[in-house]
Design a binder for this molecule. Sequence first.
Ligand code: THU
Length: 130
Amino acid sequence: MSLLETARAVRENAHAPYSGFKVGAAIRAASGRVHAGCNVENAAYPQGTCAEAGAIAAMVAAGDTEIAEICVVADAPEPVPPCGGCRQKLSEFAGPEVPVTMATMDGRTLTMTLGELLPRAFSSSRMARE
Ligand code: THU
């Protein structure tokens, strides 16, 4: 199954009764393994989590810590970019060269690097004093 197919499949499991906006994400780790996540909303709205965050959690739980590629899919007129918080979450495990593919349900895709989506990312190296 391709990364896009995995993202589309996990999107079906999204719990999005409040927004009605289901999102699926699939990460290919440097190990070659694929990890998937969907958005999980909550009646206490701020407690909801994005699909990317779910995929990252599944990846880390499975023992991978390096993202090689990620695909995000949603039913939208244009490919949906990860939210700002998820860009930062991705940057914990992905370098600026990592491709982020955004896809619509009708098959349109847009691929950008994480560095294009999150220039001058904050990372632990920014905290170095010397
Ligand atoms: N959402 C994601 O899962 N990923 C994104 O990149 C954008 C937004 C979810 C959060 C919320 O459950 C719904 O989409 C509407 O914002």
